[in-house]
Design a protein around this ligand. Sequence first.
Ligand code: SAM
Length: 345
Amino acid sequence: MAASGKLASFRLPPLPTVGELIKLYNLRAEKQLSQNFLLDLRLTDKIVRQAGSLRDAHVCEVGPGPGGLTRSILNAGAADVLVVEKDTRFIPGLKLLSEAAPGRMRIVHGDILTYRMDRGFPANISKPWEEGPPNLHVIGNLPFNVSTPLIIKWLENMANRTGPFAYGRTRLTLTFQKEVAERLTASTGTKQRSRLSVMAQYLCTVRNCFTIPGRAFVPKPEVDVGVVNFTPLVQPQIQQPFKLVEKVVRNIFQFRRKHCHKGVEKLFPEACRMELTQEMMQKADVDPILRPTELTIPHIRALADAYAHLCTNEPSLLSYEYREELRLKHLTGQKHIPIDTFNAT
Ligand code: SAM
């Protein structure tokens, strides 16, 4: 009895429905901002449940729009909800919501790609990385057009313990196009295994929670949507700088269907390509005829470690980029581009 009485105190007072708010403020969905709204509060409650308990939590919500998901976050008992919305048309509706939850909701009119989340919350909510996650969650029904760059940026933040991860192992619960959600969580040997699978899984536990059919959104997008939960690992599975891992993984996956040594070759300038590829594959002890999709995280770790070792012996390798070499050859008509050229670019 006491518990339900406490829960009831989180609940918002009667408000116009999200649908009524959309009509009231004439909030037509803007295609450029990938606006597809969720009006069914049972669905937004289900997304919020994937984050775990939000009681007394600090939450950053990405792209609240008309505020359906925001209501579910508030109803789940979050103490401090910071919403970051780019489209000014939603601000009056969000203000109405924040008045209904006094002292529990802050509104930032801004772009999540540039917003400094490391400054958004009090420092005393931080938890040492080795301990459990802090009581801070990032939740969002993300705009499709920013979801991939945003998760790549946040994975880099995770590796460097910056942005949302300046507070510790902050958990993320986010929506993606179904195929992107499948790639993020794909295991070795599956069709969906990709660069994104490796980059996400070496840094965190990734869980594909459930799929929301496109018809649940207004307007209906062309695709279904996956809800994905990320919890940073105490110890990343690859102990090399993010940019180095990203370079190795990007090169390997550029030829998805070929043997993995084909992509590895492109880490090296033409003049020393064969020799260094052989050295790297041998040092990593990875079978060169495995396909990129067949590589496990330990395989990738061995390859990243072997590449880092070669770069310690020859630091100019780090700035070498195969595609840049092709571009320069095309531009200058030269057959060989000297390796020091890449230090200057
Ligand atoms: N959360 C709402 C819901 O579930 O109904 C709206 C979701 S809609 C898919 C995406 C929202 O993100 C829109 O409100 C849009 O204006 C906002 N948005 C788009 N790009 C953004 C950005 N770079 N930074 C912050 N918000 C953004």
